[in-house]
Design a protein around this ligand. Structure first.
Ligand code: SF4
Length: 387
């Protein structure tokens, strides 16, 4: 089986108010040594039999902050250590980019380096919402960025929006969705704001205050309505809804991210990057300075190894696989686990029947899937199913 490669670049220009990822705002002087460490990690960790990779995803953080030459070196290092599969489908090589970091020169350099997909963190087309969220770009930057990317030759752009940002109204939300549809990226992601209690916005929500607009966050029902209206608009506009938060024009689903939901192997490189080989998960050291020190000293940055028990692996099949609108093949799961976990399977079968009669799940032959207009309560459905 082919693998996906994820490269983590944990640097940002500022910290968005809602974000609590392990990313840092650091001096640009630290970018180059970091990229060098990732190149060394690629060379040291690649299997001697040279595995085959068919997707690469450079995420963060804000990897578009890096010098394009550093990105090119990391991709060259991958080509030197992995067989890169380009048949039957072309290799998918994605870069996450923030609109204000994109220039025409960078876009051309990215294409030349072998990147062919950009995931653009638009989040909103409303300047007040962007400013309150601590984003560095404004609406005009999104249009400018797309012009640069299209001009350079990118034919596969993904764009994210967040439903539920402070100050968002029904009107501003619908305008953001309309503007996204006008641009017509090949792929779109719609996330419902989840407030991490340790983010600045989360702390303000708990302790009070007015700096980050916590009091201006729409309520949960309104956020669910925003998601639902976007779902219908994207469906009408010809986007295929294939995962709770993701839509693609035909043939433009994210092949890299599909590996996560299908529980296929992927290797994470860089500080805090996660990996999965089919049975065991692990993560690299989170702090970039510690990660670099490990690589320079020749010691492994890998930690937090967790080999899944059969029960964990079975439950994962459900809460990861059911995120896909195509659902899961319950007959296959039964065949694989009936000898080892018959009681758990019986309990799951009962829960599926109950959730089906309540209208949350649908069963079509051996396929089980979430009902499309109940996706906003998917977390509750997963808890009922696996509880
Ligand atoms: S750019 Fe992304 S990773 Fe960086 S702070 Fe904002 S949301 Fe977090």
């Amino acid at each position: 089986m082919t693998v996906g490669i994820y490269i983590q670049v944990p640097f940002c220009q500022t910290k968005c108010t809602y974000c609590n990822f392990h990313t840092g705002v650091v001096s640009r002087d630290r970018y180059q040594p970091y990229a060098g460490a990732v190149c060394r990690e690629i060379a040291v960790t690649a299997s001697p039999t040279s595995e085959t990779a068919d997707t690469v995803y450079v995420g963060g953080g804000t990897p578009s902050l890096l010098d394009p030459g550093a990105l090119a070196k990391m991709l060259d290092a991958l080509r030197g250590s992995y067989r890169m599969e380009s048949q039957p489908e072309p290799l998918e090589v994605t870069l996450e980019a923030d609109p204000e970091t994109i220039t025409a020169e960078k876009a051309r350099a990215w294409i030349a380096a072998g990147l062919n997909r950009i995931s653009l963190g638009a989040q909103s087309f409303n300047d007040r919402e962007l400013q309150a969220a601590g984003r560095m770009h404004r609406r005009a930057d999104i249009f400018q960025a797309v012009e640069f990317l299209r001009g350079a030759g990118f034919r596969n752009i993904s764009m994210d929006l967040i439903a539920g940002l402070p100050h968002q109204t029904r009107e501003s939300w619908e305008k953001s969705v309309n503007e996204l549809l006008q641009i017509r990226p090949e792929h779109a992601s719609i996330y419902m704001l989840e407030i991490d209690k340790d983010s600045r916005l989360g702390r303000e929500s708990l302790a009070g205050g007015s700096r980050y607009g916590a009091a201006a966050i729409p309520d949960d029902d309104t956020i669910a309505d925003f998601y639902e209206s976007a779902r219908l608009r994207l469906d009408e506009a010809g986007y295929g809804h294939y995962e709770i938060s993701n839509w693609g024009l035909p043939g433009h689903e994210s092949r890299h991210n599909l590996k996560y939901w299908r529980r296929e192997p992927y290797y994470g490189l860089g500080a805090g990057a996660h990996s999965f080989d089919g049975m065991t998960r692990w993560a690299n050291a989170h702090e970039s300075s510690r990660y670099i020190a490990c690589i320079e000293q020749g010691s492994s940055p890998r930690e937090q190894f967790e080999t899944l028990t059969p029960l964990q692996a079975l439950d994962e099949e459900f809460f990861v696989g059911l995120r896909l609108l195509e659902g899961i093949d319950f007959a296959r799961i039964e065949r694989e686990w009936e000898v080892e976990l018959p009681k758990r399977l019986a309990a799951l079968r009962e829960n599926i029947d109950r959730l089906r009669s309540l209208g949350f799940l649908e069963v079509d032959g051996s396929r089980v899937r979430l009902v499309p207009d109940r996706l906003t309560v998917s977390n509750e459905v997963f808890m009922q199913l696996l509880g």
